[in-house]
Design a protein around this ligand. Structure first.
Ligand code: ZN
Length: 277
């Protein structure tokens, strides 16, 4: 199991240079990067410099994000998505990163589950063709909000299964899993090889469909049944990346070092108590 931090957790209290040094110093195995922070970094450094940094440190890049709103694009939208994803893939190839989280579109109008399924499979396969020459995979991160076109684990996994590509998998974000009442029995029936990333976090206790990202908490500090999800992951044999991802305004008030340490301690406790580390 590899322990990671999604850089969004400290995106307002650290730049990428600081995030890299703090994750390395605190024993993380991987970091999940964001294009906005990478672009900022590239105003002071080169992509080759970042590649050299990873080559000389233990910390490695796991994802570079996002591939935003991959389904229900019009022609102009597709060009924007493809151009952006191609640029992301070029950076991925330069630094040895092989995964990008693909986010479904929200507010797509009245579409049936079947229509969303068919359109999403076709869109992912089209986008995945761009990633293949760079050896970059797409990891579908469903969003646990009512207006997102793909908003449960089961719906996302059925799309991923049907796409049937080694370059297309799923991101299990515990917050999104909880937020729209995804089911543990669906997770227990999952091929672990199709899970490319697990985002660990927690949240305040609001009813289904009424949560938002600012209500996230450190793992184990909220109402999510993390023991259920992580015992299921152990049962199916998942041994990939588990990464803390938070977007809580109060956490951005902390020193970045405090957040990096708190995230690691909270994640470690949940994984240890479920026999995963
Ligand atoms: Zn996530």
């Amino acid at each position: 199991m590899k322990l990671g931090l999604h850089v969004g957790t400290i995106c307002k209290n650290a730049n990428l240079e600081t995030a890299l040094e703090l994750c390395e110093a605190n024993g993380y195995d991987v970091i999940e990067l964001r294009m906005d922070m990478l672009r900022d970094y590239l105003t002071r450094h080169t992509i080759e410099g970042l590649s050299d940094w990873f080559a000389s440190h233990n910390l490695k890049p796991h994802t570079l994000n996002p591939a935003p709103f991959f389904n229900f694009r019009d022609e102009a939208g597709w060009k924007e998505l493809e151009d952006g994803f191609r640029q992301t893939c070029e950076y991925c190839a330069a630094i040895g990163c092989h995964t990008v989280n693909a986010v479904p579109t929200s507010d797509v109008g009245a579409k049936t589950t079947r229509e969303i399924f068919e359109e999403s499979v076709a869109s992912l396969l089209r986008l995945a063709e761009i990633g293949k020459p760079y050896d970059v995979r797409l990891s579908v991160e469903f969003l646990g909000q009512p207006n997102c076109s793909v908003n449960t684990f089961r719906q996302a996994y059925e799309i991923v299964k049907a796409a049937d590509s080694s370059h297309i998998g799923i991101t299990l974000d515990c917050y999104h899993f909880h937020a729209m009442n995804s089911h543990l029995e669906d997770l227990l029936a999952t091929d672990p090889g199709k899970i490319f990333t697990v985002h660990i976090n927690d949240c305040e206790d609001y009813p289904v469909g009424q949560l938002n990202d600012t209500l996230r908490l450190w793992p184990g500090k909220g109402c999510i049944n993390l023991d259920g999800s992580f015992s299921a992951l152990k049962k199916i044999g998942y041994e990939g990346v588990v990464s803390v991802e938070e977007f809580r305004p109060e956490y951005y008030e902390l020193a970045a070092e405090v957040s990096v340490q708190a995230a690691k301690a909270a994640m470690t406790e949940v994984l240890h108590s479920n026999g995963l580390i």
